[in-house]
Design a protein around this ligand. Structure first.
Ligand SMILES: [Zn+2]
Length: 284
C-alpha cells in the first residue's frame, strides 16, 4: 500500500530535516564542543519519529488484517467496538492524510497482541550507538586531521572551508541514513514481528520506494515471502525506505513495483549478484 510506504518515508524525512537543522546551528569548528547538544537532538528526534512509525505500522497492520480477514486484532491502540470505519480513521490519523473509509459495523475480535512491546532502553541504546558511529567517532577523527590541514601550506583558506563544509555534509547524510533506519525499524519490526506471532498472517511482501537499491529491488521482485519458522530478518539498510506489507490470504495484490522488478529479473535471465547490480543500474 503506497500510502503506508510514503508515510513511513515521510517520517524518515522528518527526522532528517530535524537532524539537518541541529547541524546547521553548529559551526564546523564548534562540533567537538557541541556533541552533547547534538546527541540530545539526534536521539530525541529518533525517539519521536520512531514512536510515530510504530503507531503507524500497528494501525496499518490492523487495517490490512481486517480488510483481508474481516477480524480485528488486539494490541496497542485497540479499542472495543472497532469497525472498518474506525480502523481507517486510525490509519488516516497516523498518515496525516484521508485515504479511505469503511462501514461502522462492529467487527469480530481476535483478542491477542502480536505486536512487540516498546523497549525504550534498547531503543535509546541503539540511538546512542548510532550517534557514536555516525557522528562522535567521525568528529574525533576530523579533529585529529585538522592541525595537519591547517598547517599545510598547500591548502588555502577556501580549500579549508570546503573541507569543513564537506565534512558537515557527510555528517548530515550519514546521520540521516542511520537515524532514518532506526526510525523506520520501529515500524518495520512491529509488522515483521507481529506476523510471526499472528496465526492469521501467512507472510509479507516488500513494498519499496520508487527507486530502491539493486538488492531491495531483487527482494521485492521475489514477491510474497511466506512465513516459516525461519522467516529471515527483513534486511533494511540506511537510506532504505522498504516496508513489509503483511499478507493474510492468498488473494493479496502486490504493488506495481514488485511486478516491475519481477519482470526485470526475468529479463535479466540469471547471473551473479554483481551482474544483476550492473544490469539493474542500466535498466532501472
Ligand atoms: Zn530497501
Amino acid at each position: 500500500m503506497a500510502t503506508y510506504q510514503l508515510a513511513q518515508e515521510a517520517l524518515a524525512a522528518e527526522f532528517a530535516a530535524r537532524w539537518a537543522e541541529a547541524l546547521a546551528a553548529v559551526e564546523a569548528r564548534q562540533l567537538a564542543g557541541s556533541l552533547t547538544e547534538l546527541e540530545t537532538a539526534y536521539t530525541a528526534a529518533i525517539r519521536e519519529s520512531a514512536a510515530a512509525s510504530y503507531t503507524l505500522s500497528v494501525a496499518f497492520y490492523r487495517l490490512v488484517r481486517a480488510l483481508e480477514t474481516g477480524r480485528v486484532i488486539g494490541g496497542p491502540g485497540y479499542r472495543p467496538g472497532a469497525s472498518l470505519g474506525s480502523l481507517w480513521a486510525d490509519f488516516n490519523k497516523a498518515t496525516g492524510k484521508r485515504t479511505g473509509s469503511g462501514p461502522r459495523e462492529v467487527l469480530p475480535v481476535d483478542i491477542r497482541n502480536p505486536f512487540p512491546a516498546a523497549d525504550p532502553a534498547r531503543e535509546a541504546r541503539r540511538a546512542e550507538e548510532s550517534f557514536r558511529h555516525q557522528v562522535a567517532d567521525r568528529v574525533a577523527a576530523h579533529e585529529r586531521e585538522r592541525p595537519a590541514r591547517e598547517g599545510s601550506a598547500a591548502l588555502d583558506d577556501a580549500e579549508l572551508v570546503a573541507w569543513e563544509k564537506e565534512f558537515l555534509e557527510s555528517l548530515k547524510t550519514g546521520g540521516s541514513g542511520a537515524g532514518g533506519m532506526l526510525v523506520q525499524d520501529a515500524g518495520r519490526d512491529a509488522v515483521h514481528l507481529a506476523l510471526q506471532d499472528d496465526p492469521g498472517a501467512i507472510g509479507y511482501f516488500r513494498a519499496t520506494d520508487a527507486s530502491p537499491c539493486y538488492f531491495c529491488a531483487l527482494m521485492a521482485g521475489r514477491g510474497a515471502v511466506y512465513k516459516s519458522k525461519r522467516t529471515a530478518a527483513f534486511g533494511a539498510h540506511p537510506h532504505c525506505h522498504c516496508q513489509a506489507v503483511p499478507i493474510f490470504s492468498r488473494r493479496y495484490r502486490l504493488a506495481t513495483e514488485n511486478d516491475r522488478f519481477a519482470r526485470m529479473w526475468r529479463e535479466f535471465g540469471g547471473g551473479s549478484l554483481a551482474d544483476w547490480r550492473t544490469y539493474y543500474a542500466r535498466n532501472q
